[in-house]
Design a protein around this ligand. Structure first.
Ligand code: PLP
Length: 395
């Protein structure tokens, strides 16, 4: 039987550099001592106290259907967290709970775009973005950003790419894969374009607790933006709860209500014992979030130290999130060739920048998700490998 065009076109052909990831996994599974710096997942599990809350909640009988847009207490807790951090008046009616940030990205685009509309996103991008846009029937349209601009979007590029058919713009700060944190001036330019072009702004803020330089500013808090911004949030990165699948969309009440209708016909809500665990986790305040983020702050310094005093690799500022985007163009290699060569020569797995779009070409992304001493060792070997390539090139 023929499948719908829509579902068949979610993923386009080509490996986009993901073959390096799969090769590293296969080598590791075959017993090779691979240092994997590929996936954006913490090297710690979910905190025991959160798991206990989940367990107790299940045993207490919270195992049935829950209200589809989310438990009222959890919606209220997320709303309070957002209001406290952004100053934007936010109530439960502005929050719908979703199975992770990914489902929130899907729901936000479903709310913003009709089939055939163009949906803008920043390139380099988190791997699922174009497929998520295609999954709602819209057309993904990348806005390229450059390492030379700190991977921050420029107004002229946004305007040139928008055209007459764009309905939404998806941004992500702190950013995966680049580590960029957008400053107020950048966000104001983005907001200006959204207002001029009447675009929804979909703001993926799943790394909001991982900021090493500057401040996290939610564009929902900028003048005139609360009515056209859909914030995507998640407990995955902030609380090391990737497997629990709990996130949210925050935005205008009418949009949130409509996303609730979508959820009724799609997910039918989130397991109540997961929501209660999430509520427990949020109730513990910011200290546990800081503890989850702390290793990445430390490892960022390890990366910067390792790169000091060499010329083969240039790091983009690692202002936030758990990744270092390293420019390897001085070696004469593409990101893909460098990553493949590194895996073969040094048994270190990194993501080629090209796997995040053409904006990532000539880069590799290092996930700072292994323990400090292994990261330090890996960085030493990455630098030595790059220096070897550069020396061979200039010999
Ligand atoms: N957005 C970005 C930028 C991400 O890096 C990720 C996960 O890596 C997600 C969204 C989705 O996270 P989750 O669905 O686990 O909340």
């Amino acid at each position: 039987m023929k499948l719908s065009d829509r579902i068949q076109n979610i993923v386009t052909g080509g490996d986009d550099g993901w073959s390096v990831f799969y090769r590293a996994r296969a080598l590791r599974d075959a017993g090779h001592p691979i240092i994997e710096l590929t996936m954006g997942e913490h090297d710690i599990g979910t905190d025991r106290a959160i798991l206990d809350a989940m367990h107790e909640s299940g045993l207490a009988g919270h195992t049935g259907y829950s209200l589809v847009p989310g438990m009222p207490e959890l919606r209220a807790a997320v709303a309070a967290r957002l209001q406290e951090r952004t100053g934007v008046p936010t109530g439960s009616e502005n929050v719908v709970i979703t199975p992770g940030g990914q489902a929130a990205l899907f729901a936000a685009h479903a709310a913003a775009c009709d089939p055939g509309d163009a949906a803008l996103f920043i390139d380099p991008y988190y791997a699922t973005y174009p497929g998520t846009i295609r999954a709602v029937g819209a057309t993904p349209r990348p806005v390229r950003v450059r390492a030379e601009d700190g991977f921050r979007p420029q107004r002229a590029d946004l305007e040139a790419t928008a055209g007459p058919d764009a309905r939404s713009l998806l941004i992500n700060s702190p950013n995966n894969p680049t580590g960029a944190v957008y400053d107020r001036a950048t966000l104001e330019e983005i907001a200006g374009v959204c207002q001029d072009r009447d675009l929804w702004l979909i703001s993926d803020e799943v790394y909001d607790t991982q900021v090493w330089e500057g401040d996290h500013i939610s564009p929902r808090s900028l003048d005139g933006m609360a009515g056209r911004t859909l914030v995507v949030g998640s407990m995955s990165k902030s609380h090391a709860m990737t497997g629990s699948r709990v996130g949210w969309v925050a935005g205008p009440a009418e949009a949130i209500h409509a996303i609730g209708d979508l959820a009724t016909h799609n997910t039918y809500g989130i397991p109540p014992f997961i929501q209660r665990a999430a509520l427990f986790a949020l109730g513990r305040g910011t200290e546990p979030e800081q503890q989850v983020a702390e290793p990445f702050r430390r490892r960022r310094s390890i990366v910067l130290r390792a790169l000091d005093g060499q010329r083969a690799i240039t790091a983009s500022p690692i202002d936030g999130a758990m990744y270092a985007m390293l420019d390897v163009r001085a070696t004469g290699m593409t990101g893909l060739d460098f990553a493949n060569g590194l895996l073969d020569a040094e048994q270190i797995g990194v993501m080629p920048g090209e796997s995040f779009g053409q904006g990532g070409a000539g880069h590799i992304r290092v996930a700072m998700t292994v323990e400090d001493s292994r990261l330090e060792e890996a960085l030493g070997r990455i630098v030595a490998y790059a220096e070897g390539l550069m020396a061979a090139r200039t010999a």
